[in-house]
Design a binder for this molecule. Structure first.
Ligand code: NAD
Ligand code: DAU
Length: 365
């Protein structure tokens, strides 16, 4: 039984569980935090995040005042801060999303990925181990990972839970390493742990360095749409709230030591997806059909660019009855609408360091 602590004048309340969610002010993490805070009023949700360029508390403005929600600004690379956090709260569960998450950044600056994704994960595992030393009964360390750890597929086949790891980028290598550490702590020290590996997410609040929000913003502002290589790489897209619902199911029903694959069964060649986005944007912005496509610009490919990702999520579907909800067209429509109506959120990001990153990243391509 966890005890909810006062935070910013909030009342002291008794909670059924105390859950640490890391990376909760980022894209996926903010959707997971919101879901848990609203759906489980008797859980105390502690969102721990360093608030890097990718973390933004505005993502959670709507739940800021909730009694069962606390934000802690913390860098998971700092071992002492992580230990202190585990001494402050009696965590029953950890849902670990904090990470450096952008492949292109891992190619230009891999070190940060090693620190946050590997060292940060080990710091959390060590603290959980110390804190849960006396009894692991009812405890769970849930590590959120990616399908990129499996490497790249050819034209055929799917990633299953048994596909051997073959990471190709510094990002995926750092995530693969953290997955191995989580499984090793489960096997060696008995830390109850589960891992899930998910395909590409899209939806509201995604940082505009990632393909879908970048394309939406470039069309809106009449900037070239940078397509890496020939645009033939394939990704399996999943609406972010479907990922959050899978995380909820796995956190509550997942078996310790198990891995679950999560995917949209929704493969798109980049160029086809970009063309679809162009047509949605033409309609939304009342532009002549075909106008946005003129912005498509083929640029130098990403080094080591994985060709195809596709997830077999039948285990999750069979065991927990999970399935993705919106049709891709509906999910994309909702996403475009969100970016067009949340200009303030986007402008806040575009006016900061991101604009320098964008110039650096795309000027030589
Ligand atoms: P994101 O980049 O939007 O958010 C990451 C969050 O982690 C940010 O809030 C950031 O401030 C925080 N963070 C970074 N370094 C930190 C540190 N040292 N200490 C504390 N907090 C730190 O990422 P996302 O796209 O929401 O991805 C979340 C997780 O899901 C990641 O682990 C990622 O590998 C995984 N994942 C992402 C996708 C996807 O398509 N985006 C798909 C599968 C898995
Ligand atoms: O598969 C899950 C992964 O999906 C997550 O683990 C990562 O955190 C997440 O960033 C995402 O990785 P990708 O590299 O697949 O996503 P990104 O949005 O960066 O790129 C999607 C595809 O679009 C990829 O093939 C590269 C291409 N692309 C991307 C950008 C940013 C372009 O052609 N042009 C661009 O400007």
């Amino acid at each position: 039984m966890g005890l909810g602590k006062e935070n910013k004048g909030k009342k002291r309340i008794i909670m059924k569980k105390t859950i640490l969610i890391t990376g909760g002010a980022g894209f996926i993490g903010s959707h997971v935090v919101r879901r848990f805070v609203n759906k489980y009023p008797d859980y105390l949700i502690v969102n721990a995040d360093k608030l890097t360029y990718a973390g933004n508390l505005e993502n959670l403005a709507d739940i800021e005042g909730k009694k069962n929600y606390i934000f802690e600004k913390i860098d998971i690379v700092d071992k002492e801060s992580v230990m202190r956090l585990f001494r402050k709260y009696p965590f029953d569960g950890v849902i670990h999303l904090a990470a450096e998450s952008h492949v292109d950044r891992s190619i230009t600056s891999p070190d940060e990925f090693v620190f946050t994704n590997i060292v940060g994960t080990v710091n959390l595992l060590n603290s959980a181990r110390v804190s849960w030393n006396n009894s692991c009964q009812g405890k769970l360390f849930y590590h959120i990972s990616t399908d990129e750890v499996f490497g790249s597929l050819g034209k055929e086949g799917y990633f299953t839970e048994h596909t051997p790891y073959d990471p190709k980028s510094p990002y995926s290598a750092s995530k693969a390493s953290s997955d191995h550490m989580v499984r090793a702590y489960n096997h060696t020290f008995g830390i109850p742990a589960v891992v899930s590996n998910c395909s590409n997410n899209y939806g509201p609040n995604q940082f505009p360095e990632k393909l879908i929000p970048l394309v939406i913003n470039n069309i809106k502002t009449n900037k070239p749409i940078p397509v890496y290589g020939k645009g033939e790489n394939i990704r399996d897209w999943l609406y972010v709230e479907d990922h959050a619902s899978a995380i909820d199911l796995i956190f509550h029903n997942g078996k310790t030591g198990e891995t679950y694959n999560i995917g949209g069964n929704n493969e798109w060649k980049n160029i086809d997806l970009i063309r679809l986005l162009c047509s949605i944007m033409d309609r939304k912005l009342n532009r002549t059909p075909g106008a946005s496509e003129k912005l498509i610009t083929f640029v130098k490919d990403r080094p080591g660019h994985d060709l195809r990702y596709a997830i077999d999520s039948s285990k999750l579907q069979k065991e927990f009855g999970w399935s993705p909800i919106p049709e891709f067209a509906d999910g994309l429509e909702k996403t475009v609408e969100w970016y067009l109506t949340n200009e303030k959120w986007l402008d806040g990001i575009l006016s900061g360091d991101y604009s320098k990153y964008y110039d650096r990243m795309y000027s030589g391509r």
